[in-house]
Ligand binder design. Structure first.
Ligand code: ZN
Length: 354
């Protein structure tokens, strides 16, 4: 049975104009229940830094309904709770993305769903332009349509890039069928955020059981496979201007990068496609979120890919990383300029955040 709160939260997703009346009501009610926390403002060497979270999930319930799906968890629906969490954690701007659930939809349904979803994302951003930007969703199973949707999302709706899965219903992003999409992304010069698709990496059997392995190791593995194919199949050579941001610090790839170089040296016959650079050199042209949990992991990521390639992520509303700001502030060995870049400056440049 939907509660009044559900109704208000759902309305927030449905009608941005009305939403913030709803949210004000919510805020007023919650103000009695708990004292409002002050918005955390992040300062690095005396300078206020606009912080950007590039890994923030949300959902548009009306679009999901077109596939007969319901939002789970409800915190994916935009509402005042999110702003409160952002204020508390020191996140100024979230770059919203939606994990693909439509990769099996046929063309007409995929077209209608993405149109509705991207329009709602644009409305949500317009209602709080200081706090939200969004990545366009695209029906990548129909690559030519996805290219159109990306262009429309960026040029007409003001979305700041595109978000895609690390595989498309089991197909690799390096498959030549996706070239029209990559060509459009390169032409638009916008950031493409790649998020793992959980459970579709072909390891379902082995990842069952305790530990949530499909997520804990399956997700970073999915990203590792996707990026490796983009490198070794020559996709990044074919589209050198692509701006790609990989979730979860690029999965396992930057942790064991040198093996990718050693492979083609050890077994040259297994690398029939000539590449323009050593495999690890491509890692320094991609971007990565900071969701790697420890200072040592962030230090290593920066050493492998360059600190200028790392952007802050939280995985909101999933509470993987509630201390993303402090993670970057407290990692030893980074300069203040590097911290400011990771906290928001690099993402602001990539996403056109002023
Ligand atoms: Zn995520």
């Amino acid at each position: 049975m939907p509660t009044r709160r559900d109704f208000i939260l759902n309305s927030a997703g449905a009608m941005a104009g009305i939403a913030f009346v709803g949210c004000d009501l919510l805020a007023a009610r919650d103000a009695q229940a708990q004292p409002a926390k002050r918005r955390r403002e992040v300062v690095v060497s005396g300078r206020r830094v606009k912080t950007v979270d590039v890994h923030a999930h949300c959902a548009v319930p009306e679009a999901m309904a077109l596939m007969g799906l319901k939002v789970e968890p409800q915190t994916l629906v935009m509402g005042q709770e999110r702003i409160r969490a952002m204020d508390e954690q020191g996140i100024d701007v979230e770059a919203l993305s939606i994990n693909p659930y439509w990769y099996k939809a046929e063309r007409d349904l995929a077209r209608a769903l993405i149109r509705m979803q991207n329009e709602k994302l644009a409305e949500l951003c317009a209602s709080q332009p200081e706090r939200f930007v969004a990545f366009a969703t695209v029906a990548l199973q129909h690559p030519d349509l996805a290219a159109e949707q990306l262009e429309e999302g960026v040029r007409k709706l003001g979305l700041r890039g595109g978000s895609i899965g690390a595989n498309v219903a089991g197909e690799e992003l390096s498959d030549p069928k996706f070239h029209p999409f990559w060509a459009k992304a390169e032409q638009l010069g916008c950031l493409i955020f790649i998020h793992p698709q959980g459970g579709t990496a072909g390891f379902e059997q082995r990842l069952r059981g305790s530990g949530g392995l499909a997520n804990v190791i399956g997700n970073p593995l999915d990203t590792t496979i996707a990026l490796s194919h983009l490198i070794f199949e020559g996709t990044l050579d074919r589209f050198p201007g692509l701006k790609i941001c990989a979730a979860h610090g690029g999965g396992y790839l930057p942790s064991y990068a040198a093996r990718s170089d050693a492979g083609c040296v050890t077994f040259p016959d297994r690398c029939p496609k000539p590449l323009k650079k050593r495999p690890t050199e491509y890692l320094r042209q991609l971007y990565y979120d900071s969701i790697v949990f420890t200072p040592e992991a962030l230090r290593h990521l920066a050493a492998e890919v360059g600190s200028g390639q790392i952007v802050m992520g939280t995985d909101y509303p999933f509470p993987w990383m509630k201390t993303a700001v402090d993670h970057i502030l407290n990692t030893p060995g980074l300069s203040d300029a590097e911290r400011a870049a990771m906290l928001g400056e690099t993402a602001s440049r990539l996403l056109g955040i002023k």
